[in-house]
Write a protein that binds this ligand. Structure first.
Ligand code: AP5
Ligand code: MG
Length: 217
């Protein structure tokens, strides 16, 4: 089963993908996480990527696709892939279609998580995550066993550099311009379901599972 999450920044793609990964053994492929790993290296390409991410701009379709293709070919065993943050442009969508066809595979469903900018901004500015186990939290909505530490593994929690109000606003606007056209692209293929992000993580997760039960399982 291969699923795409399309959603504005901070809608909850990573949060929901990790729940699906845990329950169904899917591979969580977050292109944002992939790029942040490269950005953290002290290389030319790392610096270039960091500069783009920090300004809320997209990495070029060609580079993004090369990184994605190589990541997919390194996946050893999974029950399918959750694409979190890819595709983000129409060009990336058609590149993914071609890759799927080449691999005799297909996209089974596309979930569009819808959220307003104001709600998303609060989620982004309150986000903290664990660099060790990847758990995502929010200082406004979650409680912590120990302040600043991950509830699961006890490691330090950090804020993302692109989660300031200004950088977040740029990211959100880039999404509206470049990614929104994907909604009708996947609607026309009969693959898309829209789910509102107003609700708790658990409520949204239940809604996602009932959509997948209807369309995929
Ligand atoms: P990426 O890392 O994908 O960032 P994003 O799309 O901006 O999405 P986020 O990770 O910010 O949000 P999310 O939806 O995962 O939300 P989360 O679950 O964390 O990409 C970063 C950058 O990389 C891009 O800007 C671009 O530069 C580049 N890039 C990536 N992919 C690319 C591509 N394909 N092509 C070109 N460039 C690319 O949740 C957010 C917060 O909300 C958390 O604190 C969480 O605890 C909280 N939360 C979640 N659900 C709820 C809920 N129901 N109620 C209350 N709080 C909630
Ligand atoms: Mg994310």
């Amino acid at each position: 089963m291969n699923i795409i999450f399309i959603a504005p920044p901070a809608a909850g793609k990573g949060t929901q993908a990790s729940l699906l990964k845990e329950e169904f053994g899917l591979y969580h492929l977050s292109t944002g996480d992939l790029l942040r790993e490269i950005a953290a290296t002290n290389t030319e390409i790392g610096k270039e990527i960091k500069n783009l991410i920090d300004n809320g701009l997209f990495v070029s379709d060609e580079l993004m696709f090369r990184l994605l293709e190589s990541k997919i070919s390194s996946i050893k065993k999974s029950n399918g892939i959750i694409f979190d943050g890819f595709p983000r442009t129409l060009k990336q969508a058609s590149m993914l279609d071609e890759l799927m066809e080449k691999n005799n595979d297909k996209i089974d469903h596309v979930i569009f998580l819808d959220i307003e900018k104001e709600v998303a901004t609060k989620r982004a500015t309150g986000r903290v995550s664990c660099n060790n186990c990847g758990s995502i939290y929010n200082i406004y909505f979650d409680s912590f066993i120990e302040d600043g530490k991950c509830n699961k593994c006890g490691c330090a929690l950090t804020k993302r550099e692109d989660d300031t109000i200004e950088k977040f606003s740029n990211r959100f606007d880039t999404y509206m311009e470049k990614t929104m056209p994907l909604i009708s692209y996947y609607e026309n293929k009969g693959l898309l379901t829209k789910i509102s992000c107003n609700g708790t993580k658990e409520e949204i997760y239940d809604n996602i599972k009932s959509v997948l039960r209807r369309h995929v399982w």
